[in-house]
Design a protein around this ligand. Structure first.
Ligand SMILES: Nc1ncnc2c1ncn2[C@@H]1O[C@H](COP(=O)(O)OP(=O)(O)O)[C@@H](O)[C@H]1O
Ligand SMILES: [Mg+2]
Length: 464
């Protein structure tokens, strides 16, 4: 608090001036009395000295009042109305005005900085919770609210987690940044990594600790999927390999001279070897497609031409199962942007499934029509829908959402018996994703299945 100056008393400077003025005046009087000065001159001199003293006294009084007003104005942040006349007082008034405005500016900046820190924390994209020195929540940013429920209801539960609690306590005690891995069991299980960072100095809103929460659920699931994939792939390869080794040992040992056994074993061995070959082929395909999945294709092509070629390639396999293939293509289909090799693989894999899982002696449909994603009712975007249908046993509803998972098969034994790897539809899905397309699977048990791939039309070919 600045000290208040005592109000100036108007008579004091005047009395002081009179006293100061009286001294030279009395000197004039003394000089006149001893005859050193003419009495008239002495009187004029005494009056002049008195007038000068009074003027000076008045000036002082006014300047002190102005200085007082200037200091008050500086304190209140107002402009100075009138500066003192005497130069030293004038400089004091000006300097105090500058000092006050500098201090005020710094105060404004400090407040803005403190607010900025609070706002920055609120806007960071990661889920963040700010805790006070008592480890109680002070604020949650929108990302944390999305993760922990609108009112952060789950945060209270989270803060009761012993691992997190001790990380928070250690960070608050100044042990540096701490981390804790936690699992939120409800409402859906989530894996979180929490980092507790001490805020030093504290935030303007009292925040003392920053809790950064990263949702690791997806990452964990991907890690799990990768591990499962490696395990599945190894298992799929090991089975035919074990059987091949068994046959080789038998042929080298007990059946070395048994022509009949050789004739029986060799075709099985050939089938096991080609099964391994198909599997490796599909695994390589998958990894190649994954590499290109983030760069969409650029070439323009006529999907009807590819469809005709794929249908022709089926020829002998159709005959083996006495199947009929109906290929229908709407007139004037737009061109699409795509990778011809990959789309041939999509058609090949879907037709292969229709041949393998369709009804012996049944019909396979390959129909191309102009459509939007989601069928007839959703013609939002121009494109081509390619539907591969069969009239086989169909697929039970509960399996449909998982068919595109790697190695997922409704009936693994049946799939193996017909030479399947369990990777065909996973490959289809990745290729369709790369083409920014949509894969839809419909099936009615006992009546057959329809796999529809929708591919967006090339921009130039959009209907006007
Ligand atoms: N047209 C179909 N009819 C019935 N089931 C099918 C059809 N297409 C695929 N499936 C089921 O989906 C599973 C996965 O298909 P896919 O990924 O192509 O593997 P694969 O054909 O090598 O077994 C198949 O094992 C089969 O159970
Ligand atoms: Mg298949």
């Amino acid at each position: 608090m600045p000290q208040r100056l005592p109000p100036p008393t108007p008579w004091m400077p005047l009395a002081l001036a009179a006293a100061i003025g009286a001294a030279p005046a009395s000197l004039f009087a003394l000089a006149a009395s001893v005859g050193m000065l003419d009495p008239i001159v002495a009187t004029v001199g005494a009056l002049a000295a008195g007038a000068a003293a009074v003027t000076l006294g008045w000036l002082w009084q006014r300047d002190i009042a102005r200085l007082t007003a200037a200091l008050k104005a500086a304190e209140a942040g107002e402009a100075i109305a009138a500066l003192p006349f005497l130069p030293p007082l004038k400089r004091i008034a000006e300097a105090s005005a500058r000092l006050a405005s500098g201090l005020r500016q710094r105060g404004v900046e400090a407040a803005a900085n403190a607010d900025a820190a609070v706002r920055i924390v609120a806007r960071l994209p990661d889920p963040l919770a700010v805790l006070g020195a008592d480890a109680q929540p002070v604020a949650l940013n929108p990302a944390a609210r999305a993760l922990l429920g609108v009112d952060g209801a789950d945060l209270a539960a989270l803060l009761r987690n012993p691992a997190l609690r001790s990380a928070v306590d250690r960070a608050l005690a100044g042990a540096g940044p701490q981390t804790a891995e936690i699992t939120l069991p409800v409402p859906i299980e989530r894996e979180l990594l929490a980092q507790a960072i001490l805020l030093d100095p504290p935030l303007a809103d009292g925040g003392r600790l920053l809790l950064v929460l990263s949702d690791r659920t997806r990452e964990r699931r991907l890690e799990q999927m990768r591990a499962d994939f490696v395990a599945n792939a190894s298992h799929e390869l090991r089975t035919p390999l074990t059987s091949l080794i068994g046959f080789i040992e038998t042929l080298l040992g007990p059946a070395a001279d048994d022509r009949e056994a050789q004739a029986r074993f060799l075709p099985i061995m050939a089938e096991q070897a080609s099964r391994m070959g198909r599997l490796i082929e599909d695994l390589l395909s998958l990894s190649r497609i994954e590499l290109t999945e983030h760069t969409p294709p650029t070439a323009e092509l006529d999907i009807a031409v590819l469809a005709r070629r794929s249908a022709e390639a089926l020829g002998p396999r159709l005959a083996a199962r006495r199947l009929t293939l109906d290929l229908t293509a709407e007139e004037g289909l737009p061109h699409i942007v795509g990778d011809a090799d990959q789309l041939s693989q999509v058609l090949g894999n879907l037709l292969d499934n229709a041949v393998k899982y369709g009804r012996e002696g049944g019909r396979i449909g390959l129909a191309l029509r102009r459509d939007g994603p989601g069928g007839e009712k959703a013609r939002r975007r121009a494109g081509v829908a390619v539907a591969v249908s069969d009239d086989g046993a169909g697929i039970p509803r509960l399996h449909i959402p998982r068919l595109t998972e790697r190695f997922y098969r409704v009936d693994a034994a049946r799939s193996r018996a017909v030479g399947g790897t369990g990777l065909g539809l996973a490959i289809v899905k990745h290729i369709v994703n790369r083409h920014r397309g949509v894969l839809e699977i419909e099936s009615e048990e006992g009546h057959g299945s329809t796999f529809t791939v929708w591919l967006p039309a090339a921009v130039q070919a959009e209907p006007r």
